[in-house]
Write a protein that binds this ligand. Structure first.
Ligand code: GLA
Length: 420
């Protein structure tokens, strides 16, 4: 009898704990995949632009590409719907449903299709009265909407914060997480709360309890200015942001725009390298049906992805700011089991010639301990800079609006076995 009571009490406590903190076990490394918004926006004109409008066809085609073109194997396994998928009204029972013209088979069928490809499906809701695009919001329907998306087999939710009071978000996002937990379906939860609360005026320890990732700042646009503006903001606020990132909970500087219209090849490498240093979710927003081989090679660079997905889960920091136009960022990584660093030398100059930047590992504030120095290897070109003692100079040559990214592996140990 007592045994049964104790068992029941333990079960109750476990159930209670389960529904009061984020314990979905997801996003132990920054999530990767594809997200519709930056590239496809709220294009709902399937009459004149059927190839690009927000429709089940678009998502099925992107699922095919993710599954068949090698993306999935590299970790890009979430396919995410953003705004403008819904009908303008809820049904008579208050349930959300997809626009019937553009998603004639409904979201559950789409989720089945995506799952059949070995992928996961993400969806978009908004905490307020309406989504940013004017579709129905969730504020009065949190539990219902959590149950709806779980019933459809959704694997990730991006919950936006348009048309809501920021003061309501401190109960709203935790409530949504609780309702999703209660469904029993693990759903990766991306919260836009900080982006609406001024970026650094939120208690990130609370965010980390309820969300697997959160949008901190402005929407990315298709421009180098937008990319650098976001990088700078993350650098300027790194003392607040870097400590709160870790396995299960990540800062999100927004989508990768590599493969779209505006970034040059070098700028694209720079975005990819910086997102890896920032331990950012890697959600591409591009057209995988027609992406160029150059953009594909950047997004598929296994060494950059390895830095991004490093199991320590530490967000990198800007250690040198504007030194003759250079910023230098470092991220502690394991590589795969030796404490090492990923380093990004970011050239902000646009004066036309590659800049030769000379410095020592010591300038990068590595915690070397008793190591002899570092073995430096270029992540993109494979160039071996050789062994460099802590106060020995080395030179990297960085093109305008470009990046050089290296692994720095300490050489107190024999690293030849782990270097590829
Ligand atoms: C906001 C978000 C974007 C996108 C749009 C959709 O602007 O920050 O990422 O989801 O809404 O309307």
């Amino acid at each position: 009898m007592w045994k049964a009571v104790v068992t029941a009490a333990v079960a109750f406590v476990l159930l209670f704990c389960r529904s009061s903190t984020l314990d979905n076990g997801l996003a132990r490394t920054p999530p990767m995949g594809w997200l519709a918004w930056e590239r496809f926006r709220c294009n709902v004109d399937c009459v004149d632009d059927p190839y690009n409008c927000i429709s089940e066809e678009l998502f099925m085609q992107m699922a095919d590409r993710l599954a068949e073109d090698g993306w999935k194997e590299l970790g890009y396994n979430y396919l995410n719907i953003d705004d403008c998928w819904m009908s303008m009204d809820r049904d008579e029972q208050g349930n959300l449903y997809a626009n019937k013209t553009r998603f004639p088979n409904g979201i559950k069928k789409l989720a089945d299709y995506v799952h059949s490809k070995g992928l996961k499906l993400g969806i978009y809701l908004d905490f307020g009265t309406h989504t940013c695009g004017g579709y129905p919001g969730s504020i009065k329907y949190l539990q219902k909407d959590a149950e709806t998306i779980a019933g459809w087999g959704i694997d990730m939710l991006k919950m936006d914060g348009c048309y809501a009071n920021v003061s309501d978000m401190s109960w709203g996002y935790p409530d949504m997480e609780m309702y999703m937990n209660k469904t029993g379906r693990p759903i990766l939860f991306s919260c836009s709360w900080p982006a609406y609360a001024g970026g650094i005026k939120v208690d990130y320890s609370v965010l980390a309890k309820h969300c697997n990732a959160w949008r901190n700042y402005d929407d990315i646009q298709d421009s180098w200015d937008s990319v650098t503006h976001i990088i700078d903001w993350f650098g300027d606020n790194q003392d607040v942001l870097a400590p709160v990132a870790g396995p299960g909970h990540w800062n999100d500087p927004d989508m990768l725009i590599v493969g779209d219209y505006s970034l040059s090849y070098e700028e694209s490498k720079a975005q990819m390298a910086m997102w890896a240093i920032l331990a950012a979710p890697l959600f591409m927003s591009n057209d995988l049906r027609s992406i160029s081989p150059e953009a594909r090679s950047i997004l598929m660079n296994k060494e950059v992805i390895r830095i991004s997905q490093d199991s320590l889960g530490m967000q990198g920091r800007r250690v040198i700011k504007d030194h003759n136009g250079m910023d230098v960022w470092t991220r502690p990584i394991e590589f795969p089991d030796i404490p090492s660093y990923g380093v990004a030398f970011l050239n902000r100059r646009s004066d036309g010639i590659p800049y030769n930047y000379t410095l020592t590992p010591g300038d990068l504030k590595f915690k070397c301990g008793s190591c002899l120095g570092y073995q430096l290897t270029d992540v993109f070109s494979g160039q071996d800079y050789g062994h460099c003692a802590t106060f020995q100079e080395f030179t990297v040559s960085i093109v305008p609006n470009g990046v050089v990214m290296v692994y720095a592996v300490p050489t107190s140990v024999d690293v030849t076995s782990v270097l590829r």
